[in-house]
Write a protein that binds this ligand. Structure first.
Ligand SMILES: *[C@@H]1O[C@H](CO)[C@@H](O)[C@H](O)[C@H]1NC(C)=O
Ligand SMILES: *[C@@H]1O[C@H](CO)[C@@H](O)[C@H](O)[C@H]1NC(C)=O
Ligand SMILES: *[C@@H]1O[C@H](CO)[C@@H](O)[C@H](O)[C@H]1NC(C)=O
Ligand SMILES: *[C@@H]1O[C@H](CO)[C@@H](O)[C@H](O)[C@H]1NC(C)=O
Ligand SMILES: *[C@@H]1O[C@H](CO)[C@@H](O)[C@H](O)[C@H]1NC(C)=O
Ligand SMILES: *[C@@H]1O[C@H](CO)[C@@H](O)[C@H](O)[C@H]1NC(C)=O
Ligand SMILES: *[C@@H]1O[C@H](CO)[C@@H](O)[C@H](O)[C@H]1NC(C)=O
Ligand SMILES: *[C@@H]1O[C@H](CO)[C@@H](O)[C@H](O)[C@H]1NC(C)=O
Ligand SMILES: *[C@@H]1O[C@H](CO)[C@@H](O)[C@H](O)[C@H]1NC(C)=O
Length: 897
């Protein structure tokens, strides 16, 4: 390398380091409008090339050790800075100076074990500050003094032993103060004295080892609205103290979750008498006893959460005084070991209760008076309790209540007796799913449910429906009967449900449905028949033909026929379902769809045909259906990747906007061998397109060949006819003069062509006709009329010309007579053609088959009018008739028409 090049190399390296390296380091931040997300990038420094106008910068989860104010100064529009999860321990006073608009600063999970006194000196605009999880032990001095705008201060997950955050009044606008997970043992008046203005509304003291709650500790918190003290060891004594200290506050929400409160005495909440507590959470407390009159001080309480406790006896006056309660959570409230007892009329005080959750109380028993007095109750859930039999007494205490929803799932019910829900005339939703019900439903079970809209009976042991089982609950809109080993009577139990919009009959192994099973369900919009056994109903071979069981469902929108073993689908299967939008035929054995099957389903947007036996997806069948689809699922079919079967589909897949999930994993060719295992999408269409000219060529050559064959065959078998008519036509067109039968130019009525051997017959039977007075025929008969001396050829030609008709006397001899064959017949025919006359009469003296006639003299019977073909009768009696016929033939017109 030449020495002169060294500076150039150096400059290039320098440029690389200055320009390229920072860009490489920073170009991973996600910048959207005024936000930059640089989290999780292992950054050591603040990126310098972000848009200067960003308002939010997320630098969390990096490796920042410091936060140089100078490096942030260019982003002076920042309002929100998140530097959580780094290893910061120093905060420059200048930070807030450089970022005058900063409102939210998140410093959580760093290493500020001490807060520098001047750290937030300039942060007067800060609204939210999070310094949780930093290992802070105590606050020295008054670092938050200048945070006059602060609303939220989070100092949770530190190691503080006191709530004191300063020794002067400050934070006059603070409303939320979070202390959870510290080591605070005492709540003291002095430790809250730093709160300037009684502005705090939310206080979280959870997970602190509080052992003492001193007099007037909440003096600076009189506006307290929500106090959370979860995960503590308050027990009864401290709880009582706490409530006393809350007496002077505005407390509305008190959370005492998991606070080791084992017993509620009638004095526990006494201190809350003067407050307006609205919500109380005492869940997860291993509570075993609640004294009578314990809640008398909570007149305003609306929400009481007692979930997960161990109460074994609910006394009749425990809830006394909770007259404003609307929501009561007693889920897992009762002891799971002892047999818990609920006193009659225990709930009578709760006149405003609307929601009662008593789920998962395995061992409770209901009496005729358990729920008496719950006049406002709308929702009751007993899911997960145990009630083997529902009798008319089980819910009699709720009769005439305003109950709207009753949830009895997973309650081990085996039988629902008559009138079990009688009196629940406002009930709209009844959930009896996931039980062990095994019975014939007669209709009496649901008597009295005048407003019922939905009954959920899915997942039960066995249900049998007769034709009127559901006919007293015609308000029903949704009915779930999935997996109930359902059996149906011969008449449809559904047809009286005129307002039904949803019916689930899935997983029932149903193998038979009558054609009119759904015919009354004009409002049905969703029908699920998945996992049944309906294949036979649609087979052509089904006795009586396919059963079109979807008849009458004109408003159906969603139809699920998943996994029914269908292999055939009748073309009319979906007739009338004009509003169908979603059709699921997945996991059947369908291999071909009738082309017109989905013709009327103009609104179909989702089609599922996955895992069938479809090999070919042809344009003619699928184009129209696919054109409107938003979603297609057709994967896992054994596609045949040949031009005819798949070319169009591969092309469609490649270009469509329709969503086709699994397009690049489930659409795989099965055949032919060279495509086995290849994605349909990857099917090479090019050879198919090249086929087009070949195809045309093939069609053309095929057409020509067949035409030629037909022509040859035609000529072979019908050639004579064509020739004859062609000649006639030609003569007509060329305009040979018409010679009229009435024309007197003819010397003879007929010229007779015959074999020598037949002369005796002519003498005997033909010539005598000349004697007939009426017809008065004259024949030209060689043996008699030809004069000697003239050339016989000339004679024949002349004679034929002079004859109006020509008679062929056809016998085997005639056919073998060379003279006749070679000359006379030819000439006679030629004349007939030239004159365009039908002048030939055939007299068959023997039985001559047509082919023989054709073979010897190239004539066929079909060329002549039937009246010009006469056969010599075997029976003597018929000779007379023969002669009459001959006369007619000779007298007939010779004009061809
Ligand atoms: C209480 O403790 C549990 C378990 O440690 C925790 O999941 C929950 O968040 C804590 N609740 C509060 C309010 O701190
Ligand atoms: C509280 O219970 C005690 C006995 O346990 C009883 O003497 C007192 O009258 C009760 N107070 C109220 C208000 O029910
Ligand atoms: C509750 O406080 C009211 C005054 O706010 C008082 O009249 C009433 O007697 C108190 N009730 C009890 C049970 O201490
Ligand atoms: C129910 O609450 C309202 C205000 O929320 C209050 O005025 C009323 O007195 C309470 N009812 C009872 C019986 O305490
Ligand atoms: C009944 O309760 C169970 C369990 O909480 C729940 O999953 C189900 O959705 C509820 N049924 C109704 C109809 O709300
Ligand atoms: C249906 O209701 C009528 C009158 O409300 C009652 O007579 C009949 O027994 C009920 N039928 C069934 C099956 O419950
Ligand atoms: C069916 O629904 C309509 C409209 O919501 C309602 O007017 C009618 O009363 C209902 N019929 C029955 C039998 O519930
Ligand atoms: C089909 O749907 C449309 C609108 O979604 C509705 O107006 C019509 O009544 C429905 N029923 C039939 C039979 O078209
Ligand atoms: C279709 O597939 C071919 C080959 O895989 C590809 O080159 C082409 O870009 C695709 N067309 C569209 C519209 O995706």
């Amino acid at each position: 390398m030449e020495p002169a090049n060294i500076p150039t190399t150096f400059v290039l390296w320098a440029m690389y380091i200055v320009i390229v390296v920072p860009i490489m380091a920073e170009n991973h931040c996600k910048v959207t409008s005024d936000k930059a997300d640089c989290s999780h990038l292992e950054l050591n420094a603040i990126p310098s090339d972000l848009p200067l106008t960003i308002k939010m910068l997320d630098l969390s989860h990096n490796r920042l050790k410091s936060l140089p104010a100078a490096n942030l100064s260019s982003y002076d529009k920042l309002e929100h800075l998140d530097v959580g999860y780094n290893t910061l321990h120093i905060l420059e006073t200048a930070l807030c100076q450089q970022l005058p608009l900063l409102k939210i600063l998140n410093l959580q999970h760093n290493e500020f074990s001490k807060i520098p006194i001047k750290a937030f000196l300039s942060c007067t605009g800060l609204v939210e500050l999070r310094i949780n999880a930093n290992g802070i032990k105590e606050i020295n001095g008054n670092p938050f003094e200048n945070l006059q705008s602060l609303h939220i201060l989070d100092v949770s997950h530190n190691k503080m032993t006191s709530t004191a955050l300063g020794d002067k009044k400050q934070l006059s606008n603070l409303s939320e103060l979070l202390y959870s997970h510290n080591m605070i043992k005492e709540l003291k008046k002095e430790d809250f004295m730093f709160l300037g203005n009684n502005s705090v509304q939310k206080l979280d003291l959870s997970s602190n080892p509080v052992k003492e709650i001193q007099e007037d500790c909440f003096q600076q918190l009189t506006n307290l609205h929500t106090l959370t003290m979860a995960n503590m060891t308050l027990e009864s004594k401290l709880t009582e103290d706490l409530c006393s200290q809350l007496a002077g506050t505005q407390i509305q929400v008190l959370v005492l979750l998991n606070s080791q409160l084992k017993k509620i005495h009638n004095a526990t909440f006494k201190g809350l008498n003067s407050t307006s507590l609205i919500s109380l959470d005492i869940s997860n407390n291993m509570l075993s006893e609640i004294d009578n009159n314990s809640f008398i001080y909570l007149h305003h309480l609306r929400n009481l959460n007692l979930e997960e406790n161990q109460v074994s006896h609910l006394t009749s006056r425990a809830f006394y005084g909770l007259s404003n309660l609307t929501h009561l959570n007693l889920k897992k409230f009762f002891s799971s070991t002892k047999n818990p007892k609920i006193d009659d009329l225990s709930f009578q005080w709760l006149q405003h209760l609307q929601y009662l959750n008593m789920e998962q109380n395995k061992k409770i028993e209901l009496s005729e008076y358990t729920f008496t007095g719950l006049i406002s109750l709308t929702n009751l859930s007993l899911s997960g309790c145990t009630f083997p039999t529902i009798t008319s007494k089980t819910f009699s205490s709720l009769s005439n209540s305003s109950l709207i929803s009753l949830n009895l799932t997973k309650t081990d019910i085996t039988k629902v007796e008559s009138r079990a829900f009688y009196g629940l005339e406002h009930l709209e939703v009844l959930d009896l799913g996931i039980n062990q019900i095994d019975q014939d439903l007669t209709g009496k079970e649901f008597e009295g449910l005048h407003s019922i809209r939905q009954i959920y009976l899915s997942y039960n042991k066995h249900l049998n429906l007769a034709s009127n089982s559901l006919c007293n609950i015609t308000t029903l809109e949704k009915l779930n009967l999935r997996k109930t080993a359902l059996t149906l009577g011969s008449n449809s139990p559904f047809n009286c449900l005129i307002n039904l919009t949803y019916l689930d009959l899935g997983n029932n192994n149903i193998a038979n449905l009558e054609e009119d099973i759904f015919s009354g369900l004009h409002k049905l919009r969703i029908l699920s028949l998945q996992h049944n056994n309906l294949a036979r109903l649609w087979k052509k071979a089904n006795p009586g033909g396919p059963v079109l069981f979807l008849k009458g469902l004109q408003n159906l929108e969603i139809l699920d026929l998943f996994s029914n073993g269908f292999d055939e689908i009748p073309a009319e299967a979906f007739k009338g379902l004009s509003n169908l939008t979603i059709l699921n035929l997945g996991e059947n054995n369908v291999y071909i769809l009738p082309p017109s099957l989905l013709e009327a389903q103009g609104s179909l947007t989702e089609l599922d045909l996955h895992k069938n036996l479809i090999t070919s997806v042809e344009e003619s069948i699928f184009k129209n259906v696919f054109s409107k689809l938003k979603n297609l699922s057709m994967g896992n079919n054994p596609f045949d990747c040949t031009c005819e079967s798949i070319a169009w589909f591969a092309d469609w897949l490649n270009t469509t906007n329709t969503s086709v999930p699994g397009r690049d994993s489930q659409y795989i060719c099965n055949t032919p061998n060279n495509y086995h295992g290849v994605l349909v999408e990857k099917f090479d269409n090019l050879p198919c397109k090249d086929h087009a000219p070949f195809k045309a060529l093939f069609i053309l050559s095929f057409t020509i060949t067949t035409s030629l064959m037909v022509l040859v065959l035609l000529l072979h078998f019908q050639g004579w006819r064509i020739k004859f008519f062609w000649s006639v036509l030609e003569n007509k067109i060329l305009g040979f003069k018409e010679i009229d039968p009435g024309d007197q130019n003819f010397e003879y009525d007929a010229y007779i062509i015959h074999a020598k051997e037949d002369m005796p017959w002519i003498d005997c039977y033909l010539l005598p006709l000349e004697e007939d007075e009426k017809s008065n025929f004259t024949f030209c008969y060689e043996a008699r009329d030809f004069e000697g001396g003239v050339s016989p050829l000339q004679l024949i030609v002349n004679s034929i010309k002079k004859s109006r008709k020509i008679i062929f006397v056809i016998t085997h001899n005639f056919l073998n007579d060379q003279w006749c064959k070679r000359f006379k017949i030819q000439h006679a025919l030629q004349q007939a053609i030239e004159q365009s006359r039908d002048s030939i009469v055939l007299l068959f003296l023997e039985d001559i088959p047509d082919y023989k006639l054709n073979y010897s003299i190239h004539l066929r019977r079909g060329m002549f009018k039937s009246q010009c073909i006469l056969e010599w009768p075997v029976q003597k009696e018929r000779i007379k008739a023969f002669q009459e016929k001959l006369k007619t033939a000779l007298g007939s017109s010779s004009v061809v028409n």
